[in-house]
Design a protein around this ligand. Structure first.
Ligand SMILES: Cc1cc2nc3c(=O)[nH]c(=O)nc-3n(C[C@H](O)[C@H](O)[C@H](O)COP(=O)(O)O)c2cc1C
Length: 306
């Protein structure tokens, strides 16, 4: 049976920011989490428009900082900065299919097409830091090129410690059902990712030789999901959790950015509950923080703490 060290929260851009990670840790203090992807260019240049460029991780438990880019030296520089900022390991994005990353920047999933560059980046990053390095990738570029085992072999040769494998190709994006190949013969540990939602899914991944599971979208509106998958009970004071999450978002982003940014979380938390669509419509129009807190407390029948 997998232990707490075998459970990971997947990187989700725009979602697994510091406030979200703090909420997850309330339920699962020991799980491993990965930051949203961080551009090596933006980080090294300290671009001010991206708040995560200034995060530090000393107090965050086991956390991997994920970088993306196509320049081996800049990726190494970025990895060093993140190591100095307290990241426990560095994860290299080799799976993002978004055109801005994979085609225009030649990074993310594009590295599945260019194993030479992928190898140079892995070598450069492994050499640059003392902490472990992992990669996160997919089965391959498309159905005709499902060559993930080649990339895993290269990774192992470069000193990469483990791989998170999303069971889809770049071409599939997020469509269809994730397929999880047997990884028992892999030279380094592989973490299963893609559509994992139940304890049965977790058990299946264990039987296929995976060293752990990484959960992404099942955490949306359910930051207690990993806690549940590890045998814990679902909390019953959801309204209080939503309000606390909102407070953390406001502390981190400020009211002006934080209130609109929280709308998607409010929608995910409320999904499936009676009155959710009217709640969502109302929340999407609110710009005032007190009004938003009142709406949340009214919906979940709890008391706002000002
Ligand atoms: C909104 C969103 C943002 C994502 N951002 C990232 C990212 O920053 N880095 C990354 O490697 N993968 C990213 N992914 C992919 C997820 O980490 C994960 O591989 C994928 O969602 C499949 O796992 P799941 O079915 O458990 O969600 C993102 C996916 C979504 C839906």
């Amino acid at each position: 049976m997998f232990k707490k060290d075998n459970f990971f929260v997947a990187p989700l851009a725009g979602i697994t920011d510091r406030p979200f990670r703090a909420i997850v840790r309330q339920f699962s203090p020991d799980v491993s989490m990965v930051t949203e992807m961080i551009s090596c260019h933006s980080l090294v240049a300290s671009h001010k428009n991206c708040q995560r460029n200034f995060d530090t991780y000393e107090s965050e438990g086991n956390i991997g900082a994920q970088i993306f880019g196509a320049d081996a030296e800049l990726m190494a520089d970025a990895a060093r900065i993140l190591q100095d900022n307290g990241a426990k390991w560095i994860d290299i994005n080799m799976g993002c299919p978004v055109p801005k990353v994979a085609t225009r920047a030649g990074a993310g999933a594009f590295l599945m097409r260019d194993h030479k560059l992928a190898g140079e980046i892995m070598e450069s990053v492994v050499r640059a830091v003392d902490i472990p390095v992992s990669i996160k990738t997919r089965l391959g570029w498309d159905d005709a090129h499902q060559d993930w085992t080649d990339l895993v072999d290269i990774a192992a040769g470069c000193g990469v410690k483990f791989v998170a494998l999303h069971g889809r190709t770049r071409a599939a994006g997020y469509t269809g059902v994730a397929v999880h190949p047997n990884v028992s013969n892999s030279p380094i540990p592989i973490i299963a990712n893609g559509d994992i939602q139940t304890m049965d899914n977790v058990k299946e991944m264990e039987s296929l030789g995976y060293a752990g599971v990484m959960i992404g979208r099942a955490m949306l509106g359910a930051p207690w999901k990993l806690h549940e998958l590890m045998g814990g009970v679902r909390p019953d004071d959801i309204g209080r959790i939503v309000l606390h999450h909102l407070d953390l978002v406001i502390d981190y982003y400020g009211v002006r950015a934080g209130v609109p940014l929280f709308r998607k979380h409010a929608a995910w938390y409320s999904a499936g509950l009676p009155g959710a669509s009217a709640f969502r419509v109302a929340v999407n129009q609110i710009t005032d923080l007190t009004e938003l807190k009142d709406k949340i407390s009214e919906f979940w029948g709890c008391v706002v703490k000002i």
